[in-house]
Design a binder for this molecule. Structure first.
Ligand code: SAM
Ligand code: SF4
Ligand code: SF4
Length: 369
């Protein structure tokens, strides 16, 4: 019988020390590699209604899995307070994720609170959300009404049998497509569609997906299967490099490269030569983009991670619940970001056999994608 791994999130609540002297946020803070703090991804639940084999495999995330109790989750007020502090340091973009963010009760209320925040230059925050779309058809209008600007939808195959094999809960492709169309109709666009490509599992779906989303308002992005977390049994042989994805598509549908929209854009862009749209490639394994990584991540229980592959986070919730002031929290965040030197994917690329294989990493469903 295969050995069962039970992953128990770290629930310590000892508050980290606040550095002194206290300082005011200046609107810009840079790390050891001169990368500014620009984006914040917030995981609002560690639960999900899918069991994607590369993210929350059933053998690990079963009925005995120890999910966080409600009292451990950051409240909407706590999330909004943290968001405001990060904005003062220069964050302009916030993405809600999970787990499946649409499972968080009253998410519309949180969106309403976040969408009322303004960036330092007085512009509305770029507020978006990544979802598996299972609840999107039902919720799109209320999310839009609450102030959400855009959604990114994950869809790994067009073939129902392959998609069901990947989500492992028998969820049908048509229901995702319906959710995407309704989200588009209510104005949650431009919508990006993320497809994680796992070799031998759904790579035969690269072309059908490309054909389907060509000539639509949606931008399909192919994501290299990553070695996040500790439960998906990642293997480099199952990664299809983006160059191969482009080669396969271009053999039937000619493509040309497009310049990045902005520095730090995670996806490399290509457009169809016949003018019928574009695709994106997220090459975190074959072509690491740490040099431009301006993202911080906040886990469901309020731990701050400066890298997707970090093995430990910094307990902002403990600081909040201990009653620290905004100035103290802001100083803590500034010091943390200034000390940041993470570049896990670049180091992995240097040694593609996978660095430090035994190192404990956090799960994607806990920290968000
Ligand atoms: N449940 C939502 C969803 O699936 O869109 C949001 C959370 S999910 C963790 C965010 C993104 O991470 C999804 O697009 C998912 O496909 C991607 N993801 C999860 N595990 C991954 C892995 N091992 N490699 C690459 N992408 C992964
Ligand atoms: Fe759930 Fe998203 Fe992970 Fe799939 S990728 S199991 S939908 S959190
Ligand atoms: Fe950013 Fe870490 Fe990913 Fe590099 S490995 S791009 S530093 S999250």
């Amino acid at each position: 019988m295969a050995e069962k791994i039970i992953i128990v999130p770290d629930r310590r609540t000892a508050a980290p020390a606040i550095p002194t002297p206290l300082e005011l946020a200046t609107g810009r803070v840079t790390d050891q590699l001169a990368r500014p703090l620009h984006d914040l991804r917030i995981s609002i639940t560690d639960r999900c209604n899918f069991r994607c084999v590369y993210c929350m495999p059933k053998e690990v995330f079963d009925k005995d899995y120890n999910y966080l109790p409600h009292s451990s989750l950051l409240t909407f007020e706590e999330i909004t307070r943290i968001a405001r502090l990060f904005i003062a340091h220069g964050v302009e973009k916030i993405r809600l994720t999970g787990g499946e963010p649409l499972l968080r009760k009253n998410i519309e209320k949180l969106i309403g609170m976040l969408s009322a925040l303004k960036t330092n230059s007085g512009k509305p925050l770029d507020l978006t959300l990544t979802t598996n779309a299972a609840l999107l058809a039902r919720k799109a209008q209320s999310l839009r009404d609450a102030g959400l600007q855009r959604v990114t939808v994950s869809l790994d195959a067009l073939d129902d049998a392959i998609f069901k094999q990947m989500n492992d809960v028998d969820f049908a492709v048509d229901d995702v497509l319906k959710g995407i169309d309704i989200a588009h109709q209510v104005g949650l666009g431009p919508i990006k569609i993320n497809m994680v490509v796992k070799g031998g599992m759904n790579d035969q779906q690269i072309l059908p997906m490309a054909r389907h989303f060509k000539n639509t308002p949606y931008i399909l992005r192919f994501i290299e299967y990553m070695d996040v977390g500790a439960s998906n049994g990642w293997n480099l042989d199952e990664v299809i490099p983006s160059s191969e994805v482009v080669r396969r598509i271009a053999a039937e549908l000619p493509l040309e490269a497009v310049a990045a929209n902005y520095t730090g854009e995670t996806a490399t862009r290509y457009r169809y030569v016949d003018g019928s749209g574009e695709i994106g490639l997220i090459s975190s394994v074959s072509h690491a983009f740490c040099g431009d990584c301006t993202r911080a991540r906040l886990s469901t229980e309020g731990k701050l991670y400066t890298c997707l592959f970090a093995h430990s986070g910094h307990d902002l919730r403990a600081l909040l619940r201990k009653g620290h002031s905004d100035a103290e929290l802001s100083t803590f965040v500034a010091h943390l970001w200034r000390a940041r030197g993470d570049r896990y994917s670049e180091l992995r690329t240097i040694n593609t056999s996978g660095i430090d294989k035994d190192r404990k990493k956090v799960e994607m469903s806990y920290i968000g994608g």
